[in-house]
Design a protein around this ligand. Structure first.
Ligand SMILES: NCc1[nH]cc(CCC(=O)O)c1CC(=O)O
Length: 331
């Protein structure tokens, strides 16, 4: 950038004097088309069950998820992402429910695609909602094993593609899963299914409310540090993104979001691939909780935080605020 003219030739406040002038020079524009809306699915009918650690977010039965998808589509939100709350009775050591063609996630996918074909459905690949010990992979003698887990993730991903998922999001952080899932999708004739890899996913305490929402908090033994990244690492994130793009990811994700905007910017600048951030449950809880108490202006911090993702180079953001933010943006 060239060096600025001296005052008073340069008065940067001239550009900020009125809303019209500010709009003209805005570098970042947030729109409902930037959002992927994560929703929690549970069994039953007509059910909308609040999650205490996420004020304003509910677990929805499949019929209610379809209504949510219809609402999201009408608001201009292009995609909805499904996370199942699995009945504890269906959690097993072999995690077989993960690739059951009739599991909650697959039933919800089929119902949404039938009722609201215009919205993209994203699904999550990882074993934690189905695992008795809450881990994303199989545990053998206290070790989260990689290769056997990848075989299971492939089955899970295929069942999701079969159900009609448009975007599959492997969030498990096992090595080699993107390549394995990509080649299985190709062989099965699902060549157009997108992979949005949770490439740079950190071992974060900001996932707490999500684990409550999917019923994994009580189950989780230990932590996820042998597969999710150390929050202090940035070079490692670039290696993970490079690897996943090479293996066939169409888009990549950084997760959590707000404390990792430097990683978003670096990934976008380095690879130029479609880059997403996940504004995770704990980030949502902080903003929504403080907003509810009147400690911050909830609507303003919501829009400011989402705008920051765009400024940091993200093409879009997974956010529980999606419908509220879209309503506000649509005026
Ligand atoms: N496969 C696990 C998964 N997928 C999405 C989230 C977190 C999302 C959020 O906190 O909003 C997690 C939690 C974890 O890794 O423990």
């Amino acid at each position: 950038m060239h060096s600025p003219a001296p005052f008073p030739a340069l008065r940067l406040r001239r550009l900020r004097r009125t809303p019209a002038l500010r709009a003209l020079v805005a570098e970042t524009v947030l729109s409902p088309a930037d959002f992927i809306w994560p929703v929690f699915v549970r069994d039953g009918e007509g059910v909308s069950e609040p999650i205490h650690s996420m004020p304003g977010v509910n677990r929805l039965s499949v019929d209610k998820v379809v209504e949510a998808a219809r609402e999201a589509h009408a608001l201009g939100i292009p995609a909805i992402c499904l996370f199942p709350y699995t009945d504890p009775a269906l959690k097993t050591e072999d995690c077989a429910e993960a690739w059951n063609p009739d599991n909650l996630s697959n039933r919800a996918t089929r119902a949404i695609k039938a009722a609201v074909p215009g919205i993209a459905v994203m699904t999550d690949v990882a074993l934690d909602p189905y695992n008795i010990n809450g881990h994303d992979g199989f545990v053998e003698d206290g070790v989260i094993v990689n290769d056997r887990t990848v075989e299971a993730l492939v089955k899970q991903a295929l069942s999701q593609a079969e159900a009609g998922a448009d975007i599959i999001g492997p969030s498990d952080m096992m090595d080699g899963r993107i390549g394995a899932i990509r080649s299985a999708l190709e062989s099965a004739g699902h060549q157009d299914v997108l992979l949005l890899s949770y490439a740079a996913k950190y071992a974060s305490a900001f996932y707490g409310p999500f684990r409550d929402a999917v019923g994994a908090s009580g189950a989780l033994q230990g932590d996820k540090k042998t597969y999710q990244q150390d929050p202090g690492n940035s070079d490692e994130a670039m290696r993970l993104v490079a690897r996943d793009l090479d293996e066939g990811a169409d888009m990549i994700m950084v997760k959590p979001g707000m404390p990792y905007l430097d990683i978003c910017r670096r990934a976008k600048d380095t690879f130029g691939a479609p880059t997403f951030a996940y504004q995770v449950s704990g980030e949502y809880a902080m903003l929504a909780g403080a907003g509810e108490r009147g400690w911050v202006d909830g609507e303003k911090v919501m829009i400011e935080s989402l705008t920051a993702f765009k400024r940091a180079g993200c093409d879009g953001v997974l956010t529980y605020f999606a419908p509220a933010a879209a309503r506000l943006l649509n005026g």
